[in-house]
Every structure is written in structure tokens, then in C-alpha cells.
Ligand binder design. Structure first.
Ligand code: AMP
Length: 396
């Protein structure tokens, strides 16, 4: 793997694609700076070598060009404090100001460019736009795993303008190494825990995992499609009617491959989708009309805990229930704690990004698992076996 460790950046200008798509409150304070923290090791290595750094990122989803709300200028002071370097800012990612500021950059200095997505060319993967960006630096570094599954100008297309001078940053390399470890070097028993709203988002991953895992635990909203497919009454629970047959196929496939597929026995049910709902517990094949399953139930928690505690490798993607509401967080929290316990006993645990990462962070357990991925969609696609454009562009 071509990582920044293979290069001495002394006297060079490194153009780094980072993922600084951080959440901001109404006063533009950063409410979670994990993504900034994640990029610091790469930036610091380059500065320490005696190089200078030009950072490019997107922030949010601006629709019509420059928008105050999505300006990266809001993160300059936070980033400067984190790096202990006064970060300079160019209020356009291309154009004369960016060119002049990049050209004037001295070793040890850092320049942040304005939001790439103020240009629609970024998401279109426009080659002329990528070429303009490429002129700003001598070496290209990609450290934005969260957008590696997109063939955008700054994440993939730009790499062709840096033959022999393109590298993975530490965050990206760490993500790829951990995903690789799970996919190809998992110590057994290997357990995958899948949850979240829909089966349809995760079919490809489930199929791929059936080739690899010993245990597959399915919780969250997607479990009710399986329960209904097997003839259960699921009340008003989330269901994908067009995926019932697929659910039965997956059950059959698991059997044929000798995978222990565990579906939750029971659920915490509610009479409405709200934290003030009345709640009860019910078996998953016997949910009252008008009620819905919003979390795995106490029996299911024990079923899942038993399997998790004897696992040596754990991949978790998707919450077990509507963990954002206190009444329905118990399943997700119990699973998180079981993963932490297994990790303490020596298991390797990887938490997929997105909602599972948010859940682990909500319970303050992010430092007690082996690795929390920063990539939601990117991790899913990588695990499905797809070649990520951002990875391919560096490897080519
Ligand atoms: P995903 O993005 O597919 O991982 O789905 C995550 C979302 O699924 C979270 O916002 C959860 O609140 C939601 N979710 C989990 N379990 C359920 C459920 N039983 N019913 C409805 N939504 C759920």
C-alpha cells in the first residue's frame, strides 16, 4: 500500500483530501470533531518532514454554489488550535487567491481551501476542475475514507495528475487495514451483527458475509421483514414487503452454508413511534395489531449477548432499535456493552460507521472497541467487495 510513510515531504506542498464534513451548531461551533482529530496524524507527519499542507474538503450538501452555512471558514480556528499552527484560508478552492496562497506557502504552514462542493464539478468528477485543483500541490494525499466510494474530482479523478506522487494518509490506511483484517484474516468464531432500518440497504453485504462468518445476528427494523417472511404477525413494525422472499432466501443460504443466523425472539414494542409511547414486550411473531417493534427485547438481548461473548472477531453495522429515543436504546446499548466485554477478552471488534458509530459514541464506548470506522457507505461498499474509486485512484 502506498502510504505517506514511503515519502519524505521536505520542501514539498502536499495537497490532502480530508473529510472535514463536521457537524456544526447554529453558532458554527463544531459539535463533534472526530473527523478533524482523525486527520491530524497525517497532517502532522507532513509538517514534521518539513513540508507544507493544502487541505481540501467538502462540508454539507450545498445546492447552489457558495453558502455561508457551508463555508469551511467556520472551522479555521478550531483546526488551528488542534494543529497548533495558524491555519490560512482561501475563500475559493480554485482561482487566483487559492493559487497565490498555495504558491506562497512555506514549510510548516497550512492552507485550508473553501468547500469543494461550492462547485458542482466536484461531485460530477469534472476533469478540468480536478486539474485546476491539482496545480496547487506537488504531491496528492487521500485521507478521506468517508468519501472514498465516490468518484468525485478531489477524491479520485485528481489522482491521475500525480503519477508517482500519490499516497494514502494514515486514516485511510488504517481504515483499509482494519476492513481487510475483518474480510480476509478474521479469527474464528467470526460474528457479524447487522441492524438498522432496511434489509434492502444491506443485502449485498449480508450475502457477502454469509461466505465468511460463523454467526450472523440480525436486529433493528430489518428483523421484522424476516419475521413476517416466516409467517409472523409483526403489527405495524417496519417491513419491506418486496423483500420477503429475499429474506427467506437468506435464511436458506445461511442454513446451506452452516452459518448460525440468529433472529431476535422478542421485541420492545410501542403503540406509536415516539419516546412517550406506551411500551410492552412481545415475541417477534406475535406483535399486536397497531403496535410496532422499536427495539430488540430482553430475550433477544440475551440471545445476542451469548453469541457475542464467545466471538473472536466482531463486525457491527446498524443499531438494534431506535436508539436515538431513550425508551428504545436498551438493545443497542446492551449489544455495545457485550462487544466491549468481548474486546476486553481479546476479540477484534470493528464498528461500521454511520449510525452504529453514533450509537457507540452516544454510550461513551468508542475507545473500548478495537476500531470505529469513519466511513458509512464507503465501508459497506468496501466490505461488499467493491473497488472504491478513491482507493483505486491511488493504487493505479
Ligand atoms: P441504517 O441507516 O439503515 O443503519 O438505519 C439506522 C436507523 O434505523 C436508526 O436511525 C434507527 O432509529 C432506525 N431503526 C432501528 N431499528 C428500528 C426499528 N425497529 N424501527 C424503525 N426504525 C429503526
Amino acid at each position: 500500500m502506498n502510504t505517506i510513510d514511503q515519502f519524505n515531504f521536505e520542501g514539498k506542498k502536499a495537497l490532502i483530501r480530508v473529510d472535514f464534513n463536521v457537524p456544526l451548531d447554529e453558532n458554527y461551533n463544531i459539535t463533534d470533531d472526530n473527523r478533524i482529530q482523525g486527520a491530524l496524524p497525517t497532517i502532522n507527519k507532513i509538517l514534521k518532514d518539513g513540508g507544507s499542507v493544502i487541505l481540501m474538503s467538502h462540508l454539507g450538501r450545498p445546492k447552489d454554489g457558495p453558502t455561508e452555512k457551508y463555508s469551511l471558514k467556520h472551522i479555521v480556528s478550531h483546526l488551528s488550535q488542534a494543529l497548533k499552527v495558524q491555519v490560512q484560508f482561501a475563500d475559493d478552492c480554485i482561482g487566483s487567491q487559492a493559487v497565490e496562497k498555495a504558491a506562497a506557502l512555506k514549510p510548516g504552514e497550512v492552507l485550508l481551501l473553501e468547500n469543494l462542493r461550492f462547485y458542482k464539478e466536484e461531485e460530477k468528477g469534472d476533469e478540468a476542475f480536478a486539474e485546476k485543483l491539482s496545480k496547487l500541490g506537488d504531491v496528492y494525499v487521500n485521507d478521506a475514507f468517508g468519501t472514498a466510494h465516490r468518484a468525485h474530482a478531489s477524491t479520485a479523478v485528481i489522482a491521475k495528475f500525480f503519477p508517482g506522487a500519490k499516497y494514502f494518509g494514515y486514516l485511510m490506511a488504517g481504515e483499509l487495514n482494519n476492513a481487510e483484517k475483518i474480510l480476509n484474516h478474521a479469527e474464528k468464531p467470526f460474528t457479524a451483527i447487522m441492524g438498522g432500518a432496511k434489509v434492502s440497504d444491506k443485502i449485498l453485504l449480508i450475502e457477502k458475509l454469509l461466505e465468511k462468518v460463523d454467526n450472523l445476528l440480525i436486529g433493528g427494523g430489518m428483523a421484522y421483514t424476516f419475521a413476517k417472511a416466516q409467517g409472523g404477525n409483526i403489527g405495524k413494525s417496519l417491513v419491506e414487503e418486496d423483500k420477503l422472499e429475499l429474506a427467506l432466501n437468506l435464511i436458506e443460504k445461511a442454513k446451506a452454508k452452516g452459518v448460525n443466523l440468529v433472529l431476535p425472539i422478542d421485541s420492545t414494542i410501542a403503540d406509536k413511534f415516539s419516546n412517550d409511547a406506551s411500551t410492552d414486550t412481545a415475541n417477534n411473531d406475535d406483535i399486536k395489531d397497531g403496535w410496532m417493534g422499536l427495539d430488540i427485547g430482553p430475550l433477544a438481548i440475551n440471545q445476542f449477548k451469548d453469541v457475542i461473548s464467545s466471538s473472536k472477531t466482531i463486525l457491527w453495522n446498524g443499531p438494534m432499535g431506535v436508539f436515538e429515543m431513550e425508551k428504545f436504546e436498551a438493545g443497542t446499548k446492551s449489544v455495545a456493552l457485550a462487544v466491549v466485554e468481548a474486546t476486553k477478552k481479546g476479540a477484534f471488534s470493528l464498528i461500521g460507521g454511520g449510525d452504529s458509530a453514533a450509537a457507540v459514541a452516544k454510550f461513551g464506548l468508542e475507545d473500548e472497541v478495537s476500531y470505529v470506522s469513519t466511513g458509512g457507505g464507503a465501508l459497506l461498499e468496501y466490505m461488499e467487495g467493491k473497488e472504491l474509486p478513491g482507493v483505486k485512484a491511488i493504487n493505479d
